[in-house]
Design a protein around this ligand. Structure first.
Ligand SMILES: Nc1ncnc2c1ncn2[C@@H]1O[C@H](COP(=O)(O)OP(=O)(O)OP(=O)(O)O)[C@@H](O)[C@H]1O
Ligand SMILES: [Mg+2]
Length: 442
């Protein structure tokens, strides 16, 4: 049969595109060591520096053959990375070495050679070793598969332990499915990019480690739907683990049942603190480490575009643990913490979104004066901090900003630098504000 002109043209275009990608080929070489820890110190920044998130329409070769010291959960992150690259129209190949206990053998054990197939055919999942479960998570069935997998690891331990782990896992899976989903265009259709779950049991340490990773919008962007103006990813993650804090509230129709109470991470992180366990939550460039000893936050140089949670649990933990007792305690704690938080929030912070108050062109001076007198001064007088958010503001001239800020700054003097904070300020607005500060604090 004769091919139509259209088909010929399409084929020619495809060939041309392929050729272009090839000419534009890049090789990313996995370093010799690729793990979360180096000599017992966590090195998330090193690990994240490998990923290049700006590549598109290129042939990308990922050379893992030189990596001789790796960790399964770290290597597993290459899977969502490959999904990301494919979603940006890159063609991806992985260069492996033939033998040895290295990243290449881990790659094969996880069944990760099928990464692109799993992405493009929605009923496919990884066919790796049962001992290194690696699961793409999109549906309820995948959810159940992950839970069943974790039970296979803990079935020889006490039932409470099994339930506790199941609890944490469910919460993390719900979060990734409800808040961390991502899509890309495949053959013209919106197609889901799955989340990833990977488990490994480390026998010598009697430790189970797992990771749940996604390429979704990240915690900051999600939680800002209900709590706008977060200062950083780190601040957003710290907020997310508080009781009754959920990014879903703002979208909830008041006539519909509330589906999210905002307690999943609060309870999970508290359980982790009672077990011989640790959890890292990484989203954007924010990192939060939860351990029995303390909770510490960090802002990294490099980032992950969605969210991943890494959990390590020592399975030789407390045999007397009782999940329902823990839950009772947490509920009481959540209640008192929530009350304190509400008081603190209403006492200490007045949040002002310039776009909500004035639109993206904040230029009308009388409106600035009204806002200053009705909101900013009363906040300052009642010792609140004022947080002013310039997100999506296109223009705010000097006369407008001066009407809004000059007298509050003058009345505060130097403490104005601490009491009035600015978020998402475009550089020229920042300049103007600095100018107003100079003029009024001298
Ligand atoms: N994977 C994720 N991607 C994006 N945002 C997330 C993710 N995980 C958590 N979050 C953010 O953290 C918030 C708090 O999570 P948490 O599990 O405590 O509450 P929730 O999921 O909203 O409610 P619940 O778990 O009680 O149903 C979420 O509402 C969301 O804004
Ligand atoms: Mg949740």
């Amino acid at each position: 049969m004769k091919k139509s002109l259209n088909t010929d043209m399409r084929e020619a275009m495809c060939k041309y595109e392929h050729q272009l990608k090839k000419e534009n080929s890049i090789t990313l070489t996995l370093p010799q060591t690729f793990a979360f820890k180096d000599h017992d110190v966590f090195v998330f920044d090193n690990l994240l520096s490998f990923f290049r998130w700006d590549l598109h329409d290129r042939q990308v070769k990922i050379d893992i053959s030189k990596c001789t010291s790796a960790n399964y959960q770290a290597v597993a992150l290459l899977i969502p990375y490959i999904w990301h690259l494919v979603s940006k129209n890159c063609s991806v190949s992985v260069i492996e070495s033939e033998d040895g206990e290295d990243a290449s053998s881990m790659w094969r054990m996880m069944g990760a050679r099928g990464a692109v197939n799993v992405l493009v055919s929605k009923n496919q999942n990884f066919r790796g070793s049962d001992f290194k479960p690696t699961i793409a998570v999109r549906t309820e069935d995948d959810f159940k598969k992950v839970i069943a997998t974790s039970e296979a690891f803990t079935k020889d331990f006490n039932v409470e332990y099994e339930n506790t782990l199941r609890y944490i896992l469910s919460e993390l899976l719900y979060n990734t499915m409800e808040h961390g989903f991502a899509f890309y265009k495949f053959k013209g259709h919106d197609t889901q990019i799955p989340s990833l779950a990977q488990f490994t049991y480390y026998k010598t340490r009697n430790e189970l480690q797992f990771i749940i990773a996604d390429l979704g919008m990240g915690i900051k962007k999600h939680i800002e739907q209900a709590y706008p103006g977060q200062e950083s990813d780190e601040a957003a993650i710290k907020l997310a683990i508080k009781p009754q804090v959920s990014g879903t509230f703002a979208n909830t129709n008041p006539y519909k049942a509330k589906n999210n109470a905002g307690v999943g991470l609060f309870i999970s992180t508290n359980i982790i603190r009672r077990l011989n366990a640790s959890m890292h939550i990484l989203s954007g460039n924010g990192l939060l480490h939860i351990s029995p000893r303390d909770i510490t936050g960090k802002t990294l140089t490099n980032s992950w575009p969605g969210t991943f949670v890494l959990v390590t649990i020592n399975l030789g933990g407390d045999p007397t643990l009782q999940l329902h007792k823990l839950m009772q305690e947490f509920r009481a704690e959540a209640f008192s913490e929530q009350q304190q938080a509400e008081q603190k929030e209403s006492n200490n912070r007045c949040y002002l979104s310039i776009t909500n108050e004035f639109g993206s062109y904040a230029e009308y001076k009388p409106a600035a004066i009204k806002c200053r007198d009705n909101k900013i001064f009363p906040a300052i007088n009642s010792t609140k901090d004022v947080v002013i958010d310039f997100e999506n503001v296109i223009s705010a001239p000097h006369s407008f900003l001066s009407a809004l800020l000059a007298s509050p700054i003058k009345s505060l003097g130097m403490p104005a630098y601490k009491r009035i904070k600015f978020l998402n300020t475009p550089p020229e607005i920042r300049e103007t504000i600095d100018f107003i500060f100079d003029e009024n604090t001298g």
